[in-house]
Design a protein around this ligand. Sequence first.
Ligand code: PMP
Length: 282
Amino acid sequence: RIVYVNGEWLPESEAKVSVFDRGFLFADAVYEVTAVIGGKLIDYAGHAARLKRSLGELGIASPVDADQLLDIHRQIVARNNLGEGLIYLQISRGPADRDFTFPKNPAPTIVLFTQPKAVLANPKVETGISVVTLPDQRWARRDIKTVQLLYPSMAKMEAMRQNADDAWLVEDGFITEASSANAHIVTAEGKLITRSLTSAILHGITRASVLDLARGAGVPVEERAFTLEEARQAAEAFITSASSFVMPVTRIDGEPVGNGKPGPVTQRLRASYIENRLAGAI
Ligand code: PMP
């Protein structure tokens, strides 16, 4: 693969980041993952806007402007001949002698690489995924997309140990989100319930697009926290993320959701997300 590091295009074996990089030592870095289909960027504007917000929250100055950022995304697709897959972007505060305080004159590090992946033809779409619930033990600023992903990794490992595909995280009896996706349920009355945007969850770009499409299609949407019990009683459940789009959740803690099959609202939203976002891809 050809990767991008601080203004240079290099084979991955030649790319280097300092051992003193604060992304490495302190997880002092933010990231974005953007899906690519047919060589085009899906929901790019949302990812670029959230990146700016995450950087702003941490006071990291972007090493590139908006035009450069888009140009780098386009070039990395072209240079790697990426038809379908993901673009990973990370910006850290950069290298500095190890100290808890931020450096006075930081030089942020920017890295991008690609991951080829069949995003559309995901076999899990047919069956849905199974999730187990685990306590949400992440830090309290989940709205900032930092690379501090140890707890989500541990949660995912625990889910796999329990023969499930993913974890839904629970705080004070309410579902926050999945290990790396937003969590949603559909009630028997056909109402979509999803957690509102606070610092308890990441403000998913796919979530925002899907909610727009749901409202446009006349699906009632309620943005509020829902309990584990409500999730267990739901007719349908699903997750959203840039890498899974809209993915049905058909088991929670071993019990089927509704009839245990991907639900009609979920399937319609997946189809409409794909159709709409492919048409808007850049
Ligand atoms: N929540 C968390 C914790 C995530 O890590 C992600 C994806 N990285 C999401 C939600 C989904 O966000 P998006 O739709 O922007 O990919």
